[in-house]
Design a protein around this ligand. Structure first.
Ligand code: DP6
Length: 357
């Protein structure tokens, strides 16, 4: 009987506060700017991937939530799998290992513990979990930053999901991509009071995918050139410092400004791309007013909204204010079918149970 090798790994979703939007190399997935995100709690939105190797497998196969997904010959999945095989070979040569792996083919099954239809990024957690499970199967002593180089080639934002807490994706400058990787700015325990609320405004599938949208932005938006050169580098520095100092005011101001500028470059694209809808904009107005009143009362900023390539809001706030914010949002946006589906408390000790409020 032959031995079956199997390994399972999980990776959570991350939500950027400095947005990645634009590639300078579409094959290697090298970004036009650095970005920074917060990785959500393992318990909430995550992908879990099991990889199995058996000498009898004839080809690599992948199942996503129980349904087989084609591994296209030159696609991103195939790239990640072959890069992991290359890493293993390098490791065997380096360590002059006797035991050579004779099974080059994998069967991979990946599950998300959240509905893929919720309009929330599943590719980030998906590719991170895939790379992590293959690394485990291969018993590779690779660091999360090394693995991030490979996850990045699956989906750019996936490289940040290899770390928990606050994570930067350094754009790098080497054409090979070897310095375009994720590093941890601070672990989750550094600022455990930080929470994220996900407001599902719509679970419709988005109109323009991130991949094609950002490519169009790179080709047509003059504002993007200003953003990558003059805006993002300074914001990366300032927000990293704010995280290290647990300075919520600065964190909130930069997070909201960067979300606004990302949606501005989407609008500056030809033809323009709209990701937010009326409910998204109404939530922005509500948070702006809520912060204004709080600042006036001498209590500083209490909430920071951010939107990815879709209409759903993510609100970062400190734990002490979460209950008030959830009540505020629910009172302005009682559940209306198709417009405002749910509010989930994420990240940190426990999720907020809406029914308990
Ligand atoms: C708006 O990582 O999904 O969420 O690299 O083409 O797979 P590809 O794009 P993807 O883009 C994410 C864009 C974003 C911002 C972010 O997560 O930084």
């Amino acid at each position: 009987m032959s031995t079956i090798y199997q390994a399972t790994a999980s990776a959570p979703v991350n939500i950027a506060v400095i947005k990645y939007w634009g590639k300078r190399d579409t094959k290697l997935i090298l970004p036009t700017n650095s970005s920074l995100s917060v990785t959500l709690d393992q318990d909430h939105l995550r992908s879990t991937t099991t990889s199995r190797a058996d000498p009898s497998f004839e080809r690599d196969q992948l199942w996503l939530n129980g349904k087989e997904d084609e591994i296209k010959a030159v696609g991103r999945l195939a790239t990640c799998i072959s890069e992991m095989k290359r890493l293993r070979k390098e490791y065997e040569i380096k360590t002059q290992m006797n035991q050579r792996y004779s099974f080059p083919q994998f069967h991979i099954a990946s599950y998300n513990n959240f509905p893929t239809a919720a309009g929330l990024a599943s590719s980030a957690s998906g590719f991170a979990a895939l790379v992590a499970s293959l690394a485990q199967l291969y018993t590779l002593p690779a660091s999360p930053s090394t693995l991030s180089l490979i996850a990045r080639q699956g989906s750019g934002s996936a490289c940040r999901s290899l770390f928990g807490g606050f994570v930067a994706w350094q754009m790098g400058s080497d054409p090979s991509g070897n310095d375009s990787l994720a590093v941890q700015v601070a672990p989750q325990e550094h600022w455990p009071q930080m929470h994220a609320l996900i407001c599902v405004v719509s679970d419709d599938k988005k109109g323009t995918s991130s991949t094609s949208g950002m490519q169009r932005t790179v080709e047509t938006s003059p504002l993007l050139q200003h953003r990558i050169k003059y805006v993002v580098p300074e914001r990366m520095e300032k927000i990293s410092k704010a995280i290290l100092e647990r300075d919520f005011d600065t964190f909130a101001k930069i997070t909201m400004a960067d979300s606004n500028q990302f949606h501005a470059v989407a609008l500056d694209t030809e033809p323009p791309i709209f990701y937010m809808n009326d409910v998204s904009r109404a939530i922005i107005a509500l948070i702006v007013e809520y912060n204004r009143l709080s600042v006036e009362a001498g209590k500083g900023y209490k909430a920071a909204y951010t939107y990815d390539a879709g209409p759903n809001a993510v609100i970062y706030a400190l734990e002490e204010n979460i209950k008030e914010i959830v009540q505020l949002i629910v009172s302005y946006f009682p559940q209306r079918s198709g417009e405002f589906k749910d509010v989930l408390g994420l990240f940190g000790a426990s999720s907020t149970d809406l029914n308990a409020l």
